[in-house]
Design a protein around this ligand. Structure first.
Ligand code: NAP
Ligand code: MG
Length: 483
């Protein structure tokens, strides 16, 4: 595929232009290790111009749009995304190695975010507050102003959709810094938004390095809110930068999410979720359900069922559209392979592995899906986020033990509970420390309507759903005395 636009250009104030000093970065296709194209390497000055443009748009045309007008243009972006779905799908597959079906699902989700947030722009209301005699008091929800969005490489379209969609709906303007390994669909999204009629300067996209463009964006004094999705380590830097400017920040960080299976669970219904919840997107999902906690009575049965499914999983080139594509980069492949090697060296037992397709290019970043069994709960593989297709199975006896195990990491993003006992479902849902609980299903990565975010090292703030709109706005209280 020829990239259908000049990928070296960044977008500032409605103008597609080269990054300062024409600097670029190579874009590598992780399915075959080949050079795909180049992107602009945005600088501190590029970010500065983008922030100024976003502020100008806020002071100008966008600030004068009614909520209804904002909603209409966001909705239109969603419709146009669907017109360009084939292009977006192919770009994403080439750029990040997503099997075609998964890339397509992400494009559909991005369109759905625009539909959802376009529809909600004029439905966020303030309140009236009963107060003292002679007063009328009410609240307004107003935009923060210029919002910064720093996006990771694992779900570029979905995360761009949820962040930018929510921010625009509330009347903010945006400066978007995609991950250096995943810029192409963000650039295409901005072109689609332009075509849909989003005024210039409302969305600015500066590609580049995290330590350059990313750091410049998060520390810029002209930014009024930052949404960051990525690792715990970089999340800490973002929070410090936001702290220096006293601006609010939403941190969507990693996870080590458990799926708990009780003896009475419908195992056939659970099986696809137990496996796919962990290996979807080659395990590069913040909410991947990779800790499989199994009650002793069905432990061997569940392991056997999972093994028979995992051993049939095929890994291959994104365009071959198998169960798993490559990981994002050679660096990520090394990280994940080290975890597998560490598991084996420390005496863990591999219960099952999938297969890498014979015709995979040798320079591709392929890692085989792997299930380790009988893993001690405090083992590195049971505690750390791997961000690859690696799952661990851990047995338990009692409900209390299951809850302690589920809560036994520094993360708290998502938990899946599999049981037919209705009282237990709710007891567990209340006892678990996590942002989302799924009962008899598991939604890694899904759910445009569902508020999403973590506790503990998984971060704070909520994105997705209607709830996100509160985070993308500021509440103002107006107390009028009229006697
Ligand atoms: P990352 O290294 O934290 O990068 C995330 C973003 O931050 C990228 O755009 C990156 O740019 C940028 N960045 C890097 N250094 C920066 C700095 N000093 N200042 C400002 N920005 C900087 O994470 P990743 O490797 O892309 O993604 C994997 C991690 O993200 C995993 O830990 C995963 O759990 C987490 N994640 C969480 C969620 C969630 O919703 N909770 C979703 C997806 C991923 P460059 O790429 O150009 O370095
Ligand atoms: Mg790439």
């Amino acid at each position: 595929m020829k990239i259908p636009f000049n990928s070296e250009q960044i977008l500032i104030n409605g103008k597609w232009q080269n990054a300062e000093n024409n600097k670029t970065l190579d874009v590598i296709n992780p399915s075959n290790g080949e050079l795909l194209c180049k992107i602009g390497r945005g600088s501190f000055n590029d970010i500065d111009c983008a922030v100024v443009a976003a502020q100008d748009a806020l002071n100008g045309v966008w600030g004068n749009y009614s909520a209804m007008e904002r909603g209409r243009v966001i909705t239109k972006i969603g419709e146009k995304i669907l017109e360009y779905i084939d292009v977006l799908t192919e770009l994403e597959s080439l750029d990040v190695g997503k099997p075609t079906k998964q890339a397509r699902a992400d494009a559909i989700a991005m369109a759905r975010y625009m539909e959802f947030y376009g529809g909600s722009a004029d439905k966020v209301h303030g309140h009236t507050i009963p107060y003292m005699d002679g007063y009328t008091v009410f609240t307004l929800r107003e935009p923060h102003g210029v919002t910064g969005h720093i996006i990771p490489w694992n779900y570029p379209m979905q995360i761009t959709g949820r962040c930018v969609g929510g921010a625009l709906a509330m009347g903010n303007t945006c400066v978007l810094k995609p991950a250096e390994d995943a810029c192409l669909t963000a650039l295409m999204f901005a072109r689609i938004a332009e075509e849909a009629g989003l005024p210039k300067g409302v969305l600015n996209v500066v590609t580049g390095l995290g330590i350059e463009a990313g750091a410049a964006l998060s520390s810029h004094p002209g930014i009024h809110h930052i949404s960051f999705t990525g690792s715990v380590g970089i999340g800490k830097l973002i929070q410090k930068a936001a702290g220096n400017n006293i601006v609010p920040v939403t941190l969507e960080l990693g996870g080590k999410s458990p799926q708990i299976i009780f003896d009475d669970a419908d195992l056939d219904a659970a099986l696809p979720f137990l496996v796919n919840g962990g290996i979807q997107n080659a395990g590069q999902t913040c909410s991947a359900g990779t800790r499989i906690l199994i009650q002793r009575g069905v432990y061997e049965k569940v392991i056997k069922m999972m093994c028979s499914k995992i051993s049939l999983l095929k890994v291959g080139s994104a365009i071959d559209d198998l169960d798993l594509g490559p990981l994002i980069s050679p660096k990520q492949k090394i990280v994940v392979e080290r975890y597998i090697a560490h598991g084996v060296e420390s005496g863990l037992k591999i219960a099952a592995q999938g297969l890498i397709s014979d015709d995979c290019p040798s320079a591709g970043c392929y890692v085989v899906p792997t299930l380790f069994r009988d893993v001690p709960p405090d083992h590195k593989l049971a505690q750390e986020e791997i961000f690859g297709p690696i799952q661990v199975a851990i047995p338990f006896d009692t409900e209390e033990e299951a809850v302690n195990l589920a809560n036994g990491t520094e993360f708290g993003l998502v938990t899946g509970v599999w049981t037919r006992d209705g009282s237990r479902q709710l007891r567990i849902a209340k006892a678990i420390k996590a942002g989302q609980i799924f009962i008899n299903n598991y939604g890694a990565g899904g759910g445009v309507e569902l508020p999403f975010g973590g506790v503990g090292k998984s971060g704070f703030g909520r994105e997705k759903g209607f709830e996100a709109l509160y985070g993308f706005s500021v509440l103002k209280t107006i107390a009028a005395y009229h006697g």
